[in-house]
Write a protein that binds this ligand. Structure first.
Ligand code: PLP
Length: 395
């Protein structure tokens, strides 16, 4: 028997367990201290009322013979795919419902998509990075070339002339919160088309965009339908992290070597996946109803307000940072030349505030720190006052 030996090349994922351990130690030593967490990447606000109602109604439908649903259509129910296509139309992207595949979330699809590609491909992956891109390519035995992101390019790397088969882009970005502009994405689309490469575009934070000139989708760029697959999710748009629903767009035009990637993905999904539950798909469709949209936007508005509080405090301290305006993440330079973990420990011990050391997202994250806007507004305000105080003492 042969095992997948590529698993041995994976780095141990210790970032969040190490953080949890250090926070536990701190809390045991200071039982009365109120620790504020600005490190979590999970949402905290509940599902919107309209979503809960649609969810519950669909559960009751499942309990009646007349309205019971068994296995659903392989790509997902048309009512949800059509609602998603209508959402894309709001930013002038014309998708057919047939381009869209419903899934249990973006993470699964980002990993599963590698089933379409043979082993030994070269993947361009930004550093710092959402670790799933790196780990899934290592598991598949692919070659990884890192795209250097840093202050010099605003954490938005552009094509550098190196060959690639797969190109991972995430905008708005996790962990940096940086967002590609249209003309930058155009450079990537042109590059991918020249190389015959495929862009894997992660739009999980699309709902956080507020500047109207920023692209929500890679398909806003001419030519992208022939070179890009897009992943999106209800997790951050509508608080579905624990409910699970996402979607992947594989346009009909996307072909390589005489094969339709759309047909391959359909085949892959209908062989290895049996769809998302009917109530969850009804709940997801309600996100796009007029009430659902208003209510989901209200939650995002709270997170935006938190992000604005964080950015304003950092500006007040003269700390370089990116993100926050069109993303729930704020990526800050550590003050006083501290390393990511040094700053983490200083904040925890002097302020009782938890963030995420940037070095956990790749070597270029060293010296940076990620704060998230997914918390409570009052606590975020308190945390930033404490952080400003700590920074004030360093400089
Ligand atoms: N893509 C990015 C960039 C993420 O940050 C996350 C979750 O944190 C995901 C995808 C996963 O989304 P889902 O909950 O839909 O699996």
């Amino acid at each position: 028997m042969k095992l997948n030996e590529h698993f041995s090349s994976l780095e141990r994922s210790y970032l969040f367990s190490q953080i949890a351990r250090e926070v536990d130690d701190y809390q045991s030593a200071h039982p009365s201290a109120e620790v504020i967490r600005l490190g979590i990447g999970d949402v905290t606000r509940p599902l919107a009322e309209a979503v809960v109602k649609a969810f519950a109604d669909a559960v009751y439908e499942q309990g009646q013979a007349a309205t019971f649903h068994g296995y659903g259509p392989e790509q997902g129910y048309a009512f949800l795919r059509e609602a998603i296509a209508a959402h894309y139309a709001t930013f002038q992207v014309q998708l057919s419902a047939d381009d869209i595949f419903i899934s249990d979330g973006a993470k699964s699809d980002v990993g599963n998509i590698l089933d379409l590609f043979g082993p030994g491909n070269t993947a361009l992956i930004p550093d710092p990075v959402y670790p799933v891109y790196r780990d899934t390519n290592q598991m598949a035995g692919n070659r990884i070339r890192y795209l250097d992101a840093g202050r010099h390019n605003g954490f938005l790397p552009l094509p550098d002339g190196r060959p690639a088969d797969l190109i991972y882009l995430c905008s708005p970005n996790n962990p940096t919160g940086a967002v590609y502009r249209r003309e930058q994405l155009k450079q990537w689309v042109d590059y991918a088309r020249d190389l015959g490469a495929i862009i894997l575009f992660d739009a999980a934070y699309e709902a956080f965009l507020q500047d109207e000139y920023l692209p929500h989708s890679i398909y806003e760029i001419e030519g992208a339908r022939e070179c890009a697959i897009e992943f999106c999710s209800f997790s951050k748009t509508a608080g579905f992290t624990g409910t699970r629903c996402g979607y992947t767009v594989v346009p009909r035009e996307l072909e390589r070597g005489g094969f339709s990637l759309h047909d391959m993905w359909f085949r892959r999904q209908s062989t290895k996946f049996n769809g998302v539950s009917y109530p969850v798909q009804r709940a997801a469709a309600a996100v796009f109803s007029p009430q659902g949209e208003t209510q989901c936007r209200a939650s995002i508005e709270v997170y935006r307000q938190n992000a604005a509080i964080i950015c304003e405090a950092l500006r007040g301290c003269g700390i370089w940072h990116v993100g926050g305006e069109n993303a729930p993440y704020i990526w800050m330079q550590c003050p006083g030349g501290l390393s990511s973990w040094e700053f983490f420990r200083l904040l925890l011990n002097r302020a009782g505030v938890v963030g995420t050391p940037g070095s956990g997202f790749g070597k270029n994250g060293e010296g940076y720190f990620r704060l998230t806007a997914f918390g409570d507004t009052e606590k975020t305000q308190q945390a930033m006052e404490r952080i400003a105080d700590v920074i004030g003492r360093i400089s």
